[in-house]
Design a protein around this ligand. Structure first.
Ligand code: UD1
Ligand code: PEP
Length: 430
């Protein structure tokens, strides 16, 4: 089993290039099969979730051609199967986008209930409500979601909760429905806008993405396009927080600074300097950091996908910080792991009460999920001594070349899988 081994305590300094947004890319790959023409997608992150979804897409008969590490050509004209294998679904959350895409194109789809990070109960009732409003019959049987329709007809849909997945899935299903669809109380995340822009570049007619009312005028067909995915705001935010945690100086390149505002604001509040450029941000942490409060909220609020990373930084900042998680009920699983490194964090319901300590010390910890795993790596980079992070397959779901990018900033981190490699690393850093 692979692990990260880290010798912490070095300030991270330098420049790092951010890849395409995983959560935009997943939806865009699903959307790409909605035309029979060839779609070229660029700035695709080379991460596990993307590779699993591409296999699932190939598995139903679409043609998938990788052109280098970050570009893929997809042709959905050869799809012969409208049912997605459980093998793929259980590994990733975003497999549910194939439901919206296949239903939109073929009026029929069968997908197992999705997996993804175990961060809460994660119902999909709002997706189903949307599909039903468009005229689909939706059943859940034997762990499968079966959706079919004679025809999909535009509708007025009010989402009871602000859901990224439901907003995108309804957009996919409605893109080729008859007539007009309005999604109210829609999610406003940057990847919603990216998926809408992608669909529009294929000939869809979607307006209002990025606001809470999205209007979709159904079109008869979608066509080929070439599209480049937006930068990953969560990967970018993770490196920004790594700069803070290690008292470093990192310029995070190829980003849209506007998408990072919630993280930037918190970093400034705790005492970092953040400089914004057109497509980069520089985070300098030269002073002692101090406490603040954070509440996760839908965009433009503080992202839940950044909650574990900021909590780690607050756990090393002076004073008492409160972190409230309002999106997922089970996103504090890293707290017990962090305690092994000396952190003082108490969880009460959806709130973590964090008493900052002066330093962490290295320990062996396990990544409980993707972002919590990244947060433990940040903790290890800041800690004194050696940290071993287990279960890094979660981290690899969403971070491309994580250890290589961190190494290029001066981190002492390696991916190891044997005791011999661990000993070799220890010898090298001693
Ligand atoms: C693959 C992907 O893009 N994953 C992201 C997506 O997940 P995902 O799309 O699953 O998250 P949602 O935005 O849908 O979930 C937000 C909240 O709505 C609830 N809910 C959602 C759907 C539904 O039908 N019913 C319902 O009650 C959820 O339990 C949660 O409390 O957005 C989350 C919130 O930004 C991120 O943390 C995930 O990284
Ligand atoms: C929670 C995440 O992913 P998923 O929704 O796919 O589990 C994430 O990207 O942080």
């Amino acid at each position: 089993m692979e692990q990260y081994i880290i010798n912490g305590g070095n300030p991270l300094v330098g420049e790092v290039e951010i890849g395409g947004a995983k959560n935009a890319a997943l939806a865009i790959l699903a959307a790409a099969i909605m035309t029979d023409e060839t779609v070229v997608i660029d700035n695709l992150p080379d991460v596990r979730d993307i590779n699993v979804l591409l296999q699932a897409i190939e598995g139903i008969g679409a043609r998938v051609e990788r052109v280098g590490k970050h570009t893929v050509k997809i042709n959905g004209s050869t799809i012969g199967e409208l049912s997605i294998d459980y093998e793929y679904i259980k590994k990733i959350r975003a497999s549910y986008y194939l439901l919206g895409a296949l239903l939109g194109k073929y009026k029929r789809a069968q997908v197992a209930l999705p997996g993804g990070c175990n961060i809460g109960s994660r119902p999909i009732d709002q997706h189903i409500k949307g599909f039903k409003a468009l005229g689909a019959e939706v059943r859940i049987e034997f762990g499968l979601i079966l959706a079919q329709a004679e025809a999909l007809v535009g509708s007025h849909i009010y989402l009871d909760v602000v859901s990224v997945g439901a907003t995108i899935n309804i957009m996919l299903a409605a893109a080729m429905a008859e007539g007009n669809t309005i999604i109210e109380n829609a999610a406003k995340e940057p990847h919603i806008v990216d998926v809408a822009n992608f669909l529009n570049s294929m000939g869809a007619n979607i307006k209002g993405a990025g606001t809470d009312v999205i209007r979709i005028k159904g079109v008869d067909r979608l066509r080929k396009t070439e599209y480049s995915i937006i930068p990953d705001q969560i990967e970018a935010g993770t490196f920004m927080l790594a700069a803070a945690a290690t008292k470093g100086d990192i310029t995070v390149k190829n980003v849209i600074p506007k998408h990072l505002e919630a993280t930037t604001a918190k970093l400034i509040e705790i005492g970092c300097e953040v400089e914004e450029f057109d497509d980069a941000v520089r985070v300098v942490a030269s002073k002692n950091l101090h406490h603040t409060n954070v509440k996760t909220l839908p965009y433009p609020g503080f992202p839940t996908d950044m909650q574990p990373q900021i909590a780690v930084v607050l756990a090393m900042s002076e004073g008492t910080s409160i972190v409230a998680e309002s999106i997922f009920e089970n996103r504090f699983k890293y707290v017990d792991e962090l305690a092994r490194m000396g952190a003082k964090v108490k969880v009460e319901g959806n709130t973590a009460i964090i008493n900052g300590v002066e330093k962490f010390t290295g320990a062996q910890v396990s990544a409980p999920d993707l972002r919590a795993g990244a947060a433990l790596v940040i903790a290890g980079l800041a800690a004194e001594g050696i940290t071993l992070v287990d279960d890094i397959m979660y981290i690899e779901r969403g971070y491309e070349d994580f250890e290589k990018k961190l190494s290029s900033l001066g981190a002492q981190i390696e991916k190891v899988s044997t005791e011999k490699e661990i000993q070799k690393f220890k010898l090298k850093v001693s």
